[in-house]
Design a protein around this ligand. Structure first.
Ligand SMILES: *Cc1c(COP(=O)(O)O)cnc(C)c1O
Length: 430
């Protein structure tokens, strides 16, 4: 699979190179030169298959010149080892639950696939994954790469600024996972990571990878669950299917659009954001004007300059799609709370990110359409918030959740927000 840099079409890389590099020169994202398309017959055959075998066929359509089919299949057997249910909420809306992976958020799909391919394409030479997190991504990255040979993972998070659940998911693993609690905020962590990637001494002695959400490996893996969602919808509803996506950095939406580009029957998609609504405003006015980021209860979507947006623009250009393929809406915290209460009347417990997806879908869905609402996180991750909103104690079947005991068995090393200190840690792992 060849990819080009959106900001410099002369820079061309293979899929494996794009996974290792992450970003091209001039901060340009890599974009596939060829966009594969399945015929209608191939699509209906795919929708008959089981999740793992179908997903391998989908990824092979992109990766056939670089990775053998059986190897992709073996990667996916390990990476996608959890269920992907569709739950009916009412006569015209079902929810696609993407939160049954080990860290209870959809980021497990992309990170776990990346954890299979990175050791393979680096020929088992030591790679250090360096990631800054405000919570969820760090948990998914740490969990995905835990105990993978020749990989060491450094997770930077803001000291005392993430939840105890998130801290446990990152810190309790041990072995090749090195959590660092940075005395600063999330922006300080992200800045430190950028500095480390530009540091000559570090570059000279270790191989770094950030495994972040612009990584093409994560995006491709995420296409697969859109097919799984559609396969679980009755055939007669598939022609009028609208999929709603709760958006932050817009990786999830990009994967849904790639699924459509492959030929998956999705009539249109809905962009659902919180009050950080740069894209809904852009779709209405044609003006791109990000505003300062506002904190909300759907904090994984508190992003006002979504880093995958240039890819989405490129895809629309390449496919000659019109923007009316996307519906959109932005939801306040107050409406999010109301929606959590509304959905609970159908005996379903949901959390803030999914509630936003549901709200906008409900507002935009037309009479003859059927809606699939993407759910990105398990409600148990937001138990306190949800109990406050619903005004009652709730019991969620949580026997499999490692953090139910609420104990932090290992502690992160605390460092000042300073490149010298981070560099010392990185070089000591070599
Ligand atoms: C990361 C995240 C999102 C946003 O996904 P993007 O792909 O960045 O748009 C939404 N919900 C949850 C729970 C997340 O962790």
């Amino acid at each position: 699979m060849k990819l080009y840099n959106i900001n410099n079409h002369n820079e061309q890389v293979s899929f494996c190179e794009a996974v290792i590099k992450g970003l091209g020169s001039n901060k340009g994202l890599f974009f596939p030169e060829n966009l594969p398309i399945f015929s209608d017959k191939e699509i209906s055959d795919l929708l008959e298959m089981d999740f793992i075998n179908r997903s391998a066929k989908i990824l092979y359509a992109y990766l056939h010149d670089e990775i053998p089919f059986t190897q992709i299949l073996n990667f996916l057997k390990i990476a996608f080892n959890f269920s992907v249910p569709v739950v009916k909420i009412n006569h015209n809306i079902s929810i696609l639950e993407l939160f049954h992976g080990p860290t209870l958020a959809f980021k497990d799909f992309g990170c776990r696939f990346l954890a299979q391919i990175i050791p393979e394409i680096t020929n088992n030479k030591l790679t250090i994954i360096l990631t800054a997190t405000s919570g969820d991504t760090g948990a998914a990255v740490a969990n995905a790469f835990h105990n993978i040979d020749n990989i060491k993972v450094i997770i930077l998070y803001p000291y005392k600024k993430i939840s105890i659940f998130q801290e446990q998911l990152i810190c309790n693993l041990g072995n090749n996972i090195y959590p660092l609690a940075v005395e600063g905020n999330f922006d300080d962590c992200q800045y430190l990571v950028k500095e480390a990637f530009d540091d000559k001494k570090i570059k000279k002695s270790v191989k770094l990878n950030s495994a972040n959400s612009i990584n093409i490996g994560r995006l491709l893996a995420q296409i697969c669950y859109y097919f799984e969602g559609v396969s679980k919808i009755p055939i007669f509803l598939r022609k009028k299917l609208v999929v709603s996506v709760p958006c932050g950095n817009f990786g999830n939406l990009m994967a849904g659009l790639l699924a459509k580009s492959l030929g998956l029957p999705i009539k249109r998609l809905i962009v659902a954001t919180n009050v950080n609504n740069t894209v809904p405003r852009y779709l209405k006015s044609g003006k791109w004007s990000p505003q300062p980021t506002i904190s909300t209860i759907s904090n994984s979507m508190d992003i006002s300059t979504p880093n995958n947006w240039p890819r989405i623009k490129e895809l629309f250009l390449r496919k000659d799609w019109k923007w009316n393929l996307l519906g959109s809406g932005a939801v306040s915290d107050k409406e999010t709370c109301e929606t959590i209460r509304e959905v609970n009347k159908s005996n379903y417990i949901t959390e803030p990110h999914t509630a936003i997806s549901y709200r906008v879908l409900k507002n935009k869905l037309q009479d003859d359409e059927f809606g699939l609402c993407i759910s990105t996180a398990h409600p148990v991750k937001f138990l306190d918030t949800i109990e406050k909103i619903l005004g009652k104690k709730i019991s969620i079947n949580s026997e499999k959740f490692l953090f139910s005991k609420n104990c932090l068995s290992k502690k992160a090393k605390i460092i000042p927000a300073n490149l010298n200190d981070l560099r010392k840690v990185i070089l000591s792992l070599n």
